[in-house]
Design a protein around this ligand. Structure first.
Ligand code: GDP
Length: 368
């Protein structure tokens, strides 16, 4: 009997056996009229990030459907985790359809960020990933900024066609859809339009648009490049900025190192004295030390005072990989996807960044 129940939020088969798997509800919750799984419940009531152990292949198969339809594709990315927001082969999946790129979580950026420079970087990076966006718009789904603009852009670009909202998990797709629904009315009980799970059809929420076209949510793709996958939910809250980032400035000499809690290591190995401006969650520990001591300090204290990650998460975190950079121009950002960035102020610096394997580390012209 149990296997006939599906979650009203995400469509997953309801089960009471394994809290770590999709569709879990405590058996006491089975008595309710409308059953939603624990993940959707938490997302709805607490906006919590839940780990879902799924292979992205299940999702990407469904994404193939998109290319067969004539539609506007809305792709949401996290401005803080740009690398982690990409769906490999996305352009292939969606075929000839137009893309509107919504860059979310911009409330976390310092006010002084140059939005034009940031937009250029986003367009350039999108192109490198093989994605040609028709338009790029900055939004904050959580702070409800840019939602009206997004809606009106969607309406212009869709030319009477259906709209599909796509994105990796954690980029804020559910939050966006919810603010969209709130902005344009809709039954409050319908607000649980969260990420999507395998075993269900592609089309999930049916938000009718005025002309009879529809707005669809699509699978939330789990992207293993996200820092989010290597830490617990609690630790994720520590490393994700909760509010606007305040820069922290370090005057460094060569052979000095910054340890970003236990999550990354930045060695200034060669160059004249330089200023490093760190943009990470305000409460995230940054420990400054000598380069020659950094390895030992990390080995002895990662998971201890250098946390997140905590002791347990550290065991599962992929080993550090070294990324070497020659920073030629002054005012260059070193971006560690999902974590933040460091602006190197003076030109000519040799820098090595260590980050968990899979996490994107890249250079860009400073955006501040
Ligand atoms: P989904 O997996 O793509 O559906 O992402 P969610 O909507 O569940 O959001 C993931 C996390 O990002 C949650 O903790 C949200 O509170 C947070 N989030 C979503 N949108 C924003 C935003 O505009 N700004 C900030 N600061 N956080 C956001």
């Amino acid at each position: 009997e149990e296997d006939t129940l599906i979650c009203a939020g995400c469509g997953a088969d309801i089960q009471t056996a394994d809290p770590a798997k999709t569709g879990y509800v405590p058996s006491s919750a089975l008595k309710r009229n409308t059953i939603i799984c624990q993940r959707c419940f938490r997302l709805k009531h607490y906006n919590e990030v839940q780990d879902i152990p799924l292979e992205s292949k299940d999702f990407t198969n469904k994404l193939h459907e998109l290319g067969k339809r004539d539609a506007l594709i809305v792709k949401i990315v996290d401005v803080f985790d740009f690398e982690g927001s990409w769906i490999p082969g996305f352009q292939r999946y969606i075929g000839k359809n137009d893309v509107l790129l919504l860059v979310n979580k911009t409330d976390l950026l310092p006010k002084s960020v140059n939005k034009n420079k940031l937009k250029d970087w986003i367009k350039r990076t999108a192109k490198e990933h093989g994605l040609r966006a028709k338009e790029v718009l900055f939004i904050s789904a959580e702070k409800n900024s840019g939602i009206k603009e997004a809606a009106s852009l969607m309406d212009d670009l869709r030319e009477g066609k259906d709209v599909y909202i796509t994105g990796c998990t954690n980029v804020g797709k559910s939050t966006f859809i919810n603010s969209l629904i709130q902005e344009f009315g809709g039954d409050d009980e319908q607000l649980i339009t969260t990420s999507y799970f395998p075993g269900t059809t592609l089309d999930m929420i049916d938000l009718p648009l005025d002309d009879g076209s529809r707005l669809y949510d699509t699978p939330g793709i789990i992207n293993n490049k996200q820092m989010a996958h290597y830490v617990t939910n609690k630790e994720l809250k520590q490393l994700m900025p909760a509010k606007e980032i305040k820069p922290r400035i370090y005057q460094l000499n060569e052979k000095q190192t910054l340890l970003i809690a236990g999550l990354a290591r930045i060695d200034f190995s060669q160059g004249s004295p330089n200023s490093f401006v760190a943009y990470f969650a305000n409460d995230l520990l940054i420990h400054r030390t000598k380069q020659e001591k950094a390895g030992q300090i990390y080995r002895e204290h990662a998971g201890e005072f250098l946390n997140p990650p905590g002791k347990e998460s550290l065991k599962d975190m992929p080993a550090f990989v070294k990324h070497s950079f020659t920073v030629k121009k002054g005012k260059t950002d070193i971006v560690i996807s999902g974590l933040g960035w460091i602006t190197v102020i003076e030109p000519k610096a040799e820098i090595e960044v260590y980050a968990p394997k899979g996490v994107g580390v890249s250079l860009r012209e400073a955006v501040i």
